[in-house]
Ligand binder design. Sequence first.
Ligand SMILES: Cc1cc2nc3c(=O)[nH]c(=O)nc-3n(C[C@H](O)[C@H](O)[C@H](O)COP(=O)(O)OP(=O)(O)OC[C@H]3O[C@@H](n4cnc5c(N)ncnc54)[C@H](O)[C@@H]3O)c2cc1C
Ligand code: SF4
Ligand code: SF4
Length: 465
Amino acid sequence: MNDRDALVSPRDMVSSGLCTGCGGCVSLAGGAQARMAWDADGQLKPQGDRRWHEGRSAPFSERCPFSPLAANEDAIAAMRFPQAPHADPWIGRFEAAYVGHAAEAGYREQGSSGGMVSWVAAELLRRKMVDGIAHVAPADPREGAFFRYRIARDQASLRGGAKSRYYPVEMSAVLREMREVPGRYAVVGIPCFIKAVHLACRSDPVLRERIAFTLGLVCGHMKSRHMVESFAWQMGLGIDEVREVDFRVKNPDRPANWYTARLARRDGEVRMRDWWHLVDGDWGSGFFQNRACDFCDDVVAETADISFGDAWVEPYSSDGRGTNVVVVRSPALHRMLEDGRTEGRLALDPIDAAFVRETQAAGFRQRREGLAYRLAWKRSGVKPRKRVAPERRHLPLRRKLVYRLRHCITRGSAVMFRLARWLRRPRVFILWGRAALALYQGLTYSRGRLGRVFDRTEAFLTRMR
Ligand SMILES: Cc1cc2nc3c(=O)[nH]c(=O)nc-3n(C[C@H](O)[C@H](O)[C@H](O)COP(=O)(O)OP(=O)(O)OC[C@H]3O[C@@H](n4cnc5c(N)ncnc54)[C@H](O)[C@@H]3O)c2cc1C
Ligand code: SF4
Ligand code: SF4
């Protein structure tokens, strides 16, 4: 570190909209000094005494995953996987990639996708390659959150945590536990969290020795906890009545990409709604997105030992049983997958980087051309340092408007939700959301009357040029 002026504090990162809520900084601090707490937008953010919160230090600046002084994903991956036979500008270094699912009974059925995350985690425990898996499991909402990170030390508790949680969680408690309790661990997480884990390991020899594997989840973006409350409103419930949330109910008879949300009430009654019929259910529109995700350039957890996503291409998207794409970077995990294939416990076919990229086409557009455009916008606070260069002239006007609108929906949904809650009028948010969604879908997919207006305007402007 040679530029002390460039050091940043937790407060700098939060106020600049660059905090992903990982909890890495809080795990470094003394228990009484700092904690992760909900902010007004329903995201988890670090809070603490003033000295800690505003203190600009080298250790923090090198460990916060979005700090401009932290090592980037390329540097971390180059150190971790120097022998990787493949290096791709989109998915990073890797040993091999696959499409498929866990064939062994129970995993695919209980997983959000092909059940591969739980299978690999279970196999790590079974082979005694680790003593515990840090992952995200349901929690008691009366204690403040529907989901939390915890360490699963046996098969039953691991399997109880299967499925994707599009809900803010943070790692400070599990990082502390791994530091305090000797053993070998694996961590499951979204790309920015896995990056935070590896940055922590660089400066913390105890964590470096104990965290043996990282299992990355491909990530579109993180949602706010307010999305669950909005889903509850739209299903005729108050958030205090909800006991359990399932973001993706599995139904083998419907395409995998037709998400259905399920909320269970305290009295046992269950309500379900397709995401399509929820105003905030179009993933690409950016409702309730964490602001930091606007500055993310890692789609597939490039620093993880292995990454898992959904195979969002046909015929897999239409297969409601769920299918993973898997990118493996650790030779030990590569051998584990090959053993699983040989033993008939995994149904995986080898694929190349282009196939993986195609399955995440929308995520890569948002994190490459979209990121380049957003980086060119004027903004105050800490300047993010990314592997993508700022560029404002590479996109047609309509595409720029899509990125502008998505950003406005992210910010607008946070504000309108708070207003509706303050007024105790959920309809204020729902009506605003409906209008914002119609505008977004008209602009992006030429849907509806607004879509025709955008198409005609675009054709007119093209003719005038
Ligand atoms: C916020 C978020 C965004 C995502 N965006 C995309 C995307 O754009 N494209 C895509 O292809 N895939 C995305 N995924 C990954 C996808 O939803 C599946 O998690 C992945 O395909 C693995 O499915 P599986 O059936 O193998 O996992 P399962 O066998 O169901 O196991 C999932 C494991 O992940 C853990 N887990 C769940 N949620 C979290 C969380 N928030 N943080 C840490 N660990 C967690 C669970 O505890 C469990 O151990 C996203 C996941 C999350 C959490
Ligand atoms: S991104 Fe993580 S390390 Fe950085 S400020 Fe937020 S919680 Fe702390
Ligand atoms: S999009 Fe990037 S910054 Fe946002 S939650 Fe996912 S990995 Fe983290």
